[in-house]
Design a protein around this ligand. Structure first.
Ligand code: PMP
Length: 360
């Protein structure tokens, strides 16, 4: 059942699940370990599991979405050999797309705000992408990088796609067909809760829908939200969208609207958790200290949320979350004392973990 479900729509993602070897970059996407976080589990008297998405070949959970978006366009006949893939993205999706495009022989064009770090722009170029770093303006402005990506594709005409990661539900579908079934198999279907934060909502929606359906509602699905996002208040208020305000040090998560991907799960979530930056940053250092895992702030936020959810669900509960990417892409900030001071977060890191702040 699992094998055929995996094979049915995203064959490239399923290859590694059944055989000893895989083919190329795309063959290596997915099939990541589910890590039992022992010390943290024992602290709350429950079992906390993290899906090691940082082990994907492009380094993040977004490799799955990138592969799913491109595979879907191929199946629909929108993308043929020599075609062009365009996206507006400042982060992991662009990196995933750039890798998949090299593996499949497509041209990759990325639009991003010119406020992004030089490292990100350089990495995308090293991966062969054409990068358009454009002035950073609000989503409402027609010159916003997302709209420019869409326009660019319209000008190219045929054999070019705008992957549209926020509203194209092939994103969530990739997680429904791979990440969800993997977690189900790895926990033998014995899971009380799943929680994660959202950017596009693809991960929460795809994994959440699969686990909710497969467990017949037994596995509760919860949404975690950083400061500056509106989804926590949306869930708490029973569906009222407020203006976005404030911000967070976490990257890749937080949202001001219900994207199409989030829209496929939002009515099935049992609740939401707001996680302050102080807790996320402290957990980032704690994960390093107690597990050796070097993770980004969104992963750390997810682990805080998983522990809080486990406490709500009661002793002995089993909760899974997503370890989205490593800290490498953010280390010049997250391990800099000056930066932490500027953000008012230095004191959030307990005394015994201060030794990890090694950059000035
Ligand atoms: N964490 C990181 C580091 C990310 O880059 C993203 C993607 N924006 C997410 C979490 C959220 O994933 P999704 O887009 O599937 O909601």
């Amino acid at each position: 059942m699992l094998r055929s479900a995996l094979r049915s729509t995203v064959p490239a993602l399923s290859r590694g699940f059944t055989s000893g070897t895989v083919e190329g970059f795309t063959g290596a996407v997915g099939n990541t370990p589910l890590i039992y976080l022992k010390t943290l589990s024992e602290r709350v008297g429950s079992s906390i599991y993290g899906k090691a998405e940082f082990q994907n070949p492009g380094g993040s959970v977004k490799d799955r979405a990138a592969l799913g978006l491109i595979t879907n366009a191929e199946k629909l006949g929108l993308l043929k050999p020599g075609g062009t893939v365009v996206e507006g993205t400042a982060g992991n999706t662009g990196i995933g797309l750039a890798h998949v495009c090299r593996d499949r022989g497509y041209k990759c064009v990325i639009f991003m705000p010119n406020t992004q770090s030089r490292e990100k722009i350089e990495l995308l170029k090293m991966l062969g992408a054409e990068v358009h770093a454009v002035p950073a303006v609000a989503y409402e402005n027609p010159k916003n990088y997302n709209h420019l990506a869409k326009e660019y594709v319209e000008e190219l005409g045929s054999n070019a796609i705008w992957t549209d990661q926020f509203d194209n539900t092939a994103n969530a579908q990739a997680h429904y067909e791979t990440t969800g079934p993997e977690i189900w198999a790895q926990t033998k279907g014995n899971l009380d809760g799943f929680v994660c934060a959202t950017g596009t909502g693809g991960t929460l929606a795809g994994v959440g829908r699969y686990l909710h359906e497969r467990s017949k509602g037994k596995t509760q699905i919860w949404l975690a939200d950083p400061p500056g996002s509106v989804l926590h208040s949306y869930v708490q208020s029973g569906g009222k969208l407020k203006e976005r305000e404030g911000g967070s040090i976490t990257e890749g998560i937080g949202q001001g609207r219900i994207t199409n991907n989030t829209g496929t799960i939002i009515d099935k979530v049992s609740g939401s958790l707001h996680i302050a930056d102080e807790k996320s940053i402290s957990m980032m250092y704690e994960l390093l200290d107690t597990t050796g895992l070097y993770l980004g702030a969104s992963s750390s936020l997810n682990v805080v949320a998983a522990m809080e959810l486990a406490q709500k669900l009661g002793k002995g509960s089993r909760v899974a979350t997503i370890l989205c990417d490593g800290a490498h892409r953010y280390q010049s900030r997250l391990f800099s004392r000056k930066w932490l001071q500027e953000k008012g977060l230095e004191k959030a890191i307990p005394e015994h973990l201060q030794k990890y702040i090694v950059l000035e």
